[in-house]
Design a protein around this ligand. Structure first.
Ligand code: IPE
Ligand code: IPE
Ligand code: MG
Length: 247
């Protein structure tokens, strides 16, 4: 049986998040510049996005550019921004054809004006789409998100809109950039690195983690099936005992 046939359609993760890593190393292995890796990474984005729709996964969140990535050489940052604009222009049809709604999380005010305009355009064109929410993490850092959340809640406390005793998980959730998304069920990181790199720290509290050596431009739907199969084999206990879950 192929990996796809082994998947349980009733046990699909509701929210898959991916740290798309390894573009630079992929290019280097081929004796090419890092930008060549980023260009080829966009093909994986399309394949994985379409596959998630096919699998009825409701939410896909992709880490595309971190708050720390601003520290990269200016030329690389410019290339990534240029690629983002061209991908948005080229993929609007893919999004419409697959009934995908695009949104972003992160400090998008920091992005170049041209990128912001293109994003706004695609977000408004796809806002009525229902099959899947594709969230791009852009200029995203989880600590930045948490700081922003604390600031917003503090202002509400100061203005007597929220009383401090009533702050609970749901209040925090409602003030995060991810306010309309469920917790992450499955977090995938490519390229062999086994770290989180400031991605969705709060939201992955009980996510299943899947690390693979495959570099992002080589990551195919078969690799995604493998990650989901691994996820489906695990027992998610959320603190309880195995016996309790079976009872
Ligand atoms: C991921 O690939 C893309 C971004 C972080 C924008 P990298 O560019 O980090 O590739 P490596 O990790 O250097 O191979
Ligand atoms: C994480 O990858 C960020 C994205 C994939 C966008 P990095 O390549 O920036 O992470 P570190 O610096 O190796 O942890
Ligand atoms: Mg990297």
């Amino acid at each position: 049986m192929s990996k796809k046939e082994l998947l349980h359609t009733q046990k699909m993760p509701k929210h898959v998040a991916i740290i798309m890593d390894g573009n630079g190393r992929w290019a280097k292995q081929k004796g090419r510049l890092r930008v060549f890796g980023h260009e080829n990474g966009t093909k994986s984005v399309r394949e994985i996005t379409e596959t998630c729709v096919e699998l009825n996964i409701e939410n896909l969140t992709l880490y595309a550019f971190s708050t720390e990535n601003w520290k990269r050489p200016k030329i690389e940052v410019q290339t990534l921004m240029r690629l983002l604009i061209s991908s948005l222009k080229n993929e609007i049809k893919t999004l419409q054809d697959n009934d995908i709604r695009l949104q972003t999380i992160g400090n998008t005010d920091e992005l170049p004006r041209k990128v912001q305009r293109e994003l706004q355009d695609v977000i408004s064109q796809t806002k009525g789409n229902k099959k899947m929410t594709l969230t791009l993490a852009l200029s995203y850092g989880s600590r930045d998100e948490i700081i922003n959340t604390i600031k917003q809640i503090s202002i509400k406390v100061k203005n007597n809109i929220i009383s401090p005793e009533l702050i609970d998980e749901s209040v925090i959730n409602e003030h995060l950039y991810t306010r309309n998304l469920p917790d992450v069920d499955l977090l995938i990181r490519t390229s062999g690195e086994q770290r989180i790199s400031n991605f969705l720290l709060w939201q992955i509290a009980y996510a299943e983690l899947f690390f693979t050596e495959v570099l992002w431009p080589d990551f195919t739907k078969e690799d995604l099936y493998e990650a989901i199969l691994s996820y489906q084999k695990r027992e998610r206990r959320f603190g309880k005992t195995s016996e309790q879950l079976k009872a």
